[in-house]
Ligand binder design. Structure first.
Ligand SMILES: Cc1ncc(C[n+]2csc(CCOP(=O)(O)OP(=O)(O)O)c2C)c(N)n1
Ligand SMILES: [Mg+2]
Length: 432
């Protein structure tokens, strides 16, 4: 059976080969427009002649992951890629993600949450397709759009909602808020507000796993790390540095790009020299794959192989999931910038509705069974809101806990007092 990655084999561009030997015709910026895979938009190249000459070699075909899946379909006795149990698990997780975020919007506008809140509606197939394949010990690193990654990894709706409400029962005791979901128990290493900030953290986690296995000889250590981040973040230096390190040290990590085509109000096509992000994998010596991020089954197929590679010690993979966010960048964004036709194009490909249709059409489960899941999830989300609402606020003293800097610069002791106020501090005998 062909590997989902087989089409990504890296043929290095040889700068000594005369350009006329390359198969692609010379690129004429005035005549050519090319569409980004799946996008309703056309790429518009700027007309700098030198730049275009440089770029003329790079229009290789995008990996058609779907072909690998088609092939698998043919070889299976039934036409199904998933069992009933798997299908229902995926559906439940995606419905949870969607219902949770819709409830967040309501609670935000009712003044129950503070600061920025970035919702994940539309991107559920990525979180579910990847995270539901993980073991508890595996790591997940997210961005500020992190609620659903935490939920998929098993953090309870109560703990995530309470965190959003700023309550003590939240997964960070109410101190992190929407952009900083963290759970030691579930190895969710955080949402990160600065873009790209989570990628080195994820690379560090993967390095730990590799170090345990290769140096400390802990042979049972085969944990995998998933780093989720957006298209805009791929223009950030940390992305490139970490791809390099991960490939160099063959780290057990999957870089999952959630390409929703926008970075706040900046179109991906306007911001990136080569919009096909997956191509940056082979540039660093790792497979790069483009997958339809609105189709949970396709995401899952690619995720299985990438996670499997990482677990087997075969190194990192870069996966670009083409997806779309159904709401504004954050709940403070009126979302007036994006073209209604583009929104409609992706709305018609809603990943939750698509999976439901697939399950019913393939007789995996009945409408009644799926309705029962939706009802159950509604109750889970209602319960999370009630729980969060009734939970206590943290005490004011919590503000000074876990603070690594203080106005005087020497730290705060366990008694809550400035260490520099301890008379022993200047004698060098204080316990710091
Ligand atoms: C280092 C840094 N620079 C700028 C910002 C402001 N900022 C917040 S979100 C964002 C866009 C990120 O877009 P993308 O990576 O595509 O993620 P998406 O929001 O689409 O999920 C920017 C520039 C930031 N948070 N951190
Ligand atoms: Mg984006």
């Amino acid at each position: 059976m062909a590997s989902a990655f087989s089409a990504t084999k890296f043929t290095p561009f040889n700068p000594t080969t005369p350009r006329s030997h390359h198969k692609q015709p010379l690129f004429d910026p005035l005549k050519t427009t090319s569409s980004f895979p799946g996008s309703t938009r056309k790429l518009r190249f700027t007309t700098f002649p030198t730049l275009n000459l440089l770029n003329s070699h790079r229009r290789s075909p995008v990996v058609a992951v779907s072909e690998a899946i088609e092939e698998k379909k043919l070889k299976l006795t039934s036409n199904l890629l998933i069992t009933k149990e798997e299908g229902l698990e995926l559906y439940e997780d995606m419905v949870l993600g969607r219902a949770f975020e819709d409830m967040c919007a309501q609670m935000y506008y009712r003044g129950k949450m503070f600061g920025f809140v970035h919702l994940y509606n539309g991107q559920e197939a990525v979180s579910t397709g990847f995270i539901k394949l993980l073991k508890k010990e595996d790591y997940v690193v997210s961005t500020y759009r992190d609620h659903v990654h935490a939920l998929s990894k098993g953090v309870s709706a109560r703990a995530v909602m309470s965190e959003l409400f700023g309550k003590t029962t939240g997964c960070c005791r109410g101190q992190g808020g929407s952009m900083h979901m963290f759970s030691k128990e579930h190895n969710v290493l955080g949402g990160f507000a600065f873009i790209g900030e989570g990628i080195p953290v994820a690379t560090g986690a993967a390095f730990t796993s590799k170090y345990k296995r290769a140096v400390l000889k802990e042979t049972d250590s085969e944990d995998v790390t998933l780093a989720f981040f957006g298209d805009g973040t791929c223009n950030n230096g940390q992305f490139f540095e970490c791809l390099n390190m991960a490939a160099l040290w063959k780290l057990p990590i999957v870089f999952v790009v959630e390409n929703n085509l926008w970075a706040i109000g900046m179109s991906h096509l306007r911001a990136t020299s080569d919009p096909e992000i997956w191509k940056k994998g082979p540039a660093f010596g790792m497979p790069g794959v483009h997958v339809d991020g609105m189709d949970v089954l396709k995401v899952r197929e690619v995720a299985k192989e990438a996670i499997g590679r990482a677990r087997m010690g075969e190194g990192p993979t870069l996966v670009e999931c083409e997806t779309y966010r159904f709401r504004g960048h954050s709940l403070a964004d009126p979302d007036e910038l994006r073209d209604p036709a583009e929104k409609a194009h992706y709305a018609a490909r809603d990943p939750v509705t698509s999976l439901k249709k697939y399950i019913i059409e393939n007789n995996l489960a009945s409408e009644v069974e799926l309705k029962a899941i939706e009802k159950k999830i509604d109750e889970v989300v209602e319960d999370a809101v009630e729980f969060a609402d009734e939970s206590p606020h943290p005490p004011r003293s919590q503000l000074l806990e876990n603070v690594f800097a203080d106005p005087k610069g020497f730290g705060i002791g366990p008694d809550g007092r400035y260490r520099c106020e301890d008379p022993k501090f200047t004698q060098g005998t204080a316990h710091v």
